[in-house]
Design a protein around this ligand. Structure first.
Ligand SMILES: O=C(O)CCC(=O)C(=O)O
Ligand SMILES: [Fe+2]
Length: 228
């Protein structure tokens, strides 16, 4: 397996890693990254202590190491589904700037992938999961399967560098593509890659640039369309 260290100093062109899976290195500038962190922190504070607070979800396999804040709809895990309110509390809305980011990301990704090109200007940002990865956390291989829509998932990385593992749609076995996601990177998976297994195998502690505005750890924001 490649280590994060292997990526240091290598050129990182935007590229399609598998049909429908596009990596856009450095998509967000420093100001956009810190603005997204500040905005997410303010929303998290506004719902702290409520049922829709940022929390480590319990799944069938145990408690996740990642903390998740759901925006737009709440991602409930028993069973897995999206709900408009959770335990009687409304879910914080998805910020309007997320739709603008989705539109810009999909124009860029569509230029690299025939499978993604039709989604430029067509995807509705309905849900965002703000994932906080404290040092030492990871996310096991899974498929994003709770959305009915076939729209791509748009993912933004801020803070510590993470190793993203992309597998196949058919089975959780390899071959895998391992790609370091650095602060500011965007990643899109749609088309034939939309139901591919993926996860975060490691987060490299202390690699966040100062401009990200995160003292430690990593924030990943995945933006999704849920309904047709
Ligand atoms: O943190 C990442 O880059 C991936 C997150 C993810 O797979 C998810 O939220 O479903
Ligand atoms: Fe996922």
């Amino acid at each position: 397996m490649p280590t994060l260290f292997d990526a240091a100093g290598l050129p990182r062109p935007p590229r399609e890693l598998a049909p429908g899976a596009v990596h856009l290195p450095g998509f967000l500038d420093a100001r956009q990254q810190s603005a997204l962190v500040t905005q997410a922190r303010e929303i998290a504070r506004s719902v702290a202590g409520t049922p829709v607070a940022m929390a480590r979800p319990r799944t069938r396999t145990g408690r996740m190491s990642v903390h998740i804040l759901s925006l737009g709809r709440h991602w409930a895990t028993n069973p897995y589904r999206y709900v408009r309110e959770f335990e009687g509390v409304p879910v914080p809305p998805i910020p309007a700037n997320y739709q603008e980011i989705v539109d810009a990301v999909l124009v860029a990704a569509g230029g690299r992938s025939a499978a993604l090109a039709p989604w430029a200007g067509r995807m509705r940002a309905e849900v965002a999961l703000v994932n906080y990865y404290p040092p030492g956390s990871r996310m096991g291989l899974h498929v994003d399967a709770d959305e009915v829509a076939e729209a791509p998932v748009v993912s933004l990385s801020i803070g510590d560098t993470a190793l993203f593992r992309l597998g196949r749609a058919e089975e959780r076995t390899g071959p895998f593509v391992d790609v370091p996601l650095i602060s500011g990177d965007a990643f899109v998976f749609g088309g034939p890659a939309r139901r591919a297994f993926h996860g975060i195998t490691q987060v490299e502690d202390g690699t966040a640039p100062a401009h990200a505005g995160l003292k430690e750890g990593r924030i990943n924001i995945t933006i999704r369309q849920v309904d047709y």
